[in-house]
Design a protein around this ligand. Sequence first.
Ligand SMILES: [Zn+2]
Ligand SMILES: [Zn+2]
Length: 368
Amino acid sequence: MRALTWNGVNDLTVERVPDPQIINRQDAIVKVRLSSVCGSDLHLIGGYMPAMERGDVLGHEFIGDIVEVGSDVHRRSVGERVVVCSFFGCGQCWYCQNDLWSLCDNANTNPGLTELTYGQPLGACFGYSHALGGNAGSHAEYIRVPYADHGAFPVPERKAGRRRLVELIRPKAPRMAQRLIDDVFDALDEQTVVVPGTGTLDIVIPSLAASLAAVHTQRRALEAQINALLEAHPLSPVLTSMPGVGVRTAAVLLVTVGDGTSFPTAAHLASYAGLAPTTKSSGTSIHGEHAPRGGNRQLKRAMFLSAFACMNADPASRTYYDKQRARGKTHTQALLRLARQRISVLFAMLRDGTFYDPRIPEDVELAA
Ligand SMILES: [Zn+2]
Ligand SMILES: [Zn+2]
């Protein structure tokens, strides 16, 4: 099938990818009819969400027809048209039973990353990076929907039409009914995205990409304004000389760290950023390395994301990361070490007023 894939920062293409299969008994396969572009897709395109991988399929808001169900799907059946929640949950855990679906304990197969960056593991979402489970998204011809009994809801087949909708809501809003429905239909007419099912996929998926690009252009204009403000700051060339430190990260650094003089050592800065190595060993982690808690969350997040971003831009950082992986560290642990290493480099740069030096970083400890 064809799908809109993420190939890197600001790089999307329509690719041929394998059709999704039923993997678990509670899965359904849905043929996508309508897939909506969400503002959150921009975080993925811009690289601000860690754990995207080349070839990941975007899209998390959609309607479609069920074409296949697993043997443990009981409430949904083949042929039904359904709207599917972007976050999906198992329906069994404490969170799901209390309607806190986005915190489901079972659906996200990779909860460690969100626990580290947000301080709380998140549940699973479609098309939203490997931090949220690495589930292929809906900007595609077909999609696998796990736990279909809980997250897929039937929608009426028949086109309602203006008059019927006005009659439907008139009892609740006698004076506004006509105007409300007119507004809804006007808005629908102005939509720029072609609705899948009304045209061929040749038109649909590229137009989704074009529509994402248009929103992205607006964001770039805003970025240019922030950029201009930042350029006037004397420390800005020092900060942005470091790979993976762009406008946003530099702005966060200036706000949270300033010129760095209030931190006597790199270890103090690392600790403030919540990136200092943790020494406790409670025995709960098989790797003996814990995601540090606390610290300035804004700074921690910025350092973590910029470590992720620089892996593609800076060969030295990539080498450092690969070395950690070769030593048996997980993706999260290796990224964490890179973030720690980078904050001590940043400390030295600010202290000495020097630019980034692209040597292969040593496995520095944060002694001073
Ligand atoms: Zn969304
Ligand atoms: Zn659950």
